[in-house]
Design a protein around this ligand. Structure first.
Ligand code: ATP
Ligand code: MG
Length: 494
């Protein structure tokens, strides 16, 4: 359960927080002054602090300073009334996680709290290499005994001790983010902040300001100065995820930060200097992006100082058994009895091609533990593509076969229907083309696009970043298609 400490001398604010955060996942503590808050922190070890700025006794900024001295990783959100945003900006420079304007907007407050708690977890949760499988409470582990993974562990150990920029590449779901967090955990900066930014999830025009901040009036909507992640994370580590999706303008700024640690806020001319370690990751083949002039060559070389290339799961099949064991225990939860793997199931798991890599394995096991009727996971509990190999267009996963009931004694190895569609893309496209020609009213291209967009959104439960990736388009293009086709998303989008 996460612990949230509110420091505010106003009884109404404490009261509204109690109502807003009345949840079994969160324990709320309150302090009425900065001094009391700082004392409580040492005793309670909260995961997140939200503090008012204007209070009797030490103010919010001083409180923040003291908290940072105690624990630079503890995220602090400051609250301020309108008109005092300058103080909020000072707070950001001191390393506050973010600030909120009073009276606060409840959904925004909740979103920010969820984000900050996630960041706190990422900083605190140790990522170990090969956790003890017997351990009851699970540490996050990077699992793998294959030679390829041993080489990765060695590299993590070597680069962790340095401040070198690291570029982690590899297919989706191979563990790039996990490795980035492991590097942070083994580094000498592990007592300082770690901020992860998904460059593909933030609109192109906002990313630059998110990373570097902006001056008041820098663009329409920039009502006040804003401090960016690089400035906020001074002394710490920044994880630039999906760096291959970054616009050329932002790439140029990143290059300069890597070269000499300096930048200007958007719309500003004051040079800011920071000391931030950069870890970057992408599932794009950056060499290709460089050849296509989508990615700056000089930035590529600057990032590529240390390269960690994550092997796809199909190239380290020896680890599958170990990962299955790890995930089944993790899924059973502490003290729970993990499901076992029935006859024939392991062979199927070990021979499947795993286009979605470790993430796909984890998801398939999660589903299998739910649908398995007995103690053992049987072939019938696995999706059709694992049993029969991929039946759909390469690169997209077949829909889960949730409706196929199975009994523990009758594995459906040979009974599951195989799609009758052609398996090669060219054949499929020709068939669609013929269909379009036969029906003059059918606009075949948009019609197919629409179906693909809906399928991808369904498959990823509305996650636009992942859906765009499945379709091989940018998120911006995906958004345009969603709008163009008037697709309503029932599921939550993140
Ligand atoms: N070696 C591993 N051991 C244990 N779990 C792993 C391993 N590799 C990946 N995972 C798990 O698989 C999931 C996907 O990993 P992660 O998010 O690090 O992948 P990624 O390479 O960043 O993927 P993407 O390119 O899609 O962002 C996570 O839940 C992660 O914990
Ligand atoms: Mg990732």
């Amino acid at each position: 359960m996460d612990k949230l400490l509110l420091i505010d001398d106003e009884a109404d604010v404490q009261y509204s927080f109690r109502r807003i955060f009345d949840s079994p996942d969160l324990q709320l503590f309150t302090a009425s002054s900065g001094e009391e808050g700082v004392q409580l922190i040492q005793r309670l070890k909260p995961d997140l602090v939200i503090s008012d700025i204007r209070m009797a006794g030490i103010n919010g900024l001083e409180t923040l300073r003291r908290i940072r001295a105690l624990d630079p990783r503890l995220p602090v959100i400051l609250m301020t009334a309108y008109g005092t945003t300058q103080t909020a900006i000072e707070a950001m420079k001191l390393g506050a996680y973010d600030y909120l304007l009073k009276p606060f907007d409840v959904p925004r407050l909740k979103e920010l709290v969820a984000q900050a708690l996630r960041a706190a977890r990422e900083m605190r949760q140790a990522v170990t290499l090969q956790p003890m499988l017997e351990a009851e409470d699970y540490e996050v582990g990077v699992i793998g005994r294959s030679e390829a993974m041993q080489a990765i562990f060695k590299l993590i150990g070597q680069v962790a001790a340095t401040d070198a920029t690291v570029l982690i590449t590899g297919e989706s779901g191979t563990g790039k983010e996990l490795v980035a967090r492991a590097i942070y955990h083994y580094s000498r900066r592990n007592e300082r902040a770690f901020l992860a930014i998904n460059c593909a999830a933030i609109a192109e025009n906002l990313l630059e300001s998110e990373l570097f901040g902006h001056e008041k009036g820098a663009f329409t909507g920039a009502a006040a100065q804003r401090i960016g992640k690089f400035e906020q994370c001074d002394g710490g580590t920044i994880f630039l995820d999906e760096i291959g999706d970054m616009s050329p303008a932002t790439q140029t700024k990143i290059l300069r930060v890597l070269q000499n640690g300096t930048f200007e806020r958007v719309g500003g001319n004051q040079t800011v200097k920071v000391d931030v370690r950069v870890i970057a990751a992408t599932n794009k083949v950056l060499e290709e992006a460089v050849a296509n002039r989508q990615f700056r060559e000089d930035l590529f070389y600057r990032l590529n100082v240390v390269r960690i290339q994550m092997p796809p799961l199909r190239e380290r099949r020896a680890d599958i058994r170990l990962l299955v064991d790890f995930f089944l225990r993790k899924l059973a939860g502490p003290g729970g009895k993990p499901k076992s793997i029935g006859p024939g199931t392991m062979a199927l798991l070990e021979s499947y091609s795993w286009p979605g890599n470790v993430r796909e394995l984890e998801n398939i096991l999660r589903r299998a533990t739910v649908v398995a009727k007995g103690q053992a996971i049987l072939p019938a509990d696995l999706p059709a593509e694992v049993v029969h190999g991929p039946t759909s267009v390469p690169g997209t996963a077949a829909p889960p076969t949730t409706s196929t009931p199975s009994s523990p004694t009758s594995p459906t190895l040979n009974t599951s229907p195989t799609a009758a569609a052609p398996t090669d893309l060219a054949g499929l496209a020709q068939a669609l083309f013929r269909l379009g020609r036969a029906d003059p009213k059918l606009k075949v291209l948009p019609a197919v696009e629409r179906v693909l967009v809906i399928e991808a959104l369904k498959e990823t439960r509305g996650n636009q970043v992942q859906a765009a990736r499945l379709l091989g388009i940018t998120r911006a293009t995906l958004r345009k298609r969603i709008e163009k086709f008037g697709i309503r998303q029932e599921v939550s989008v993140n």
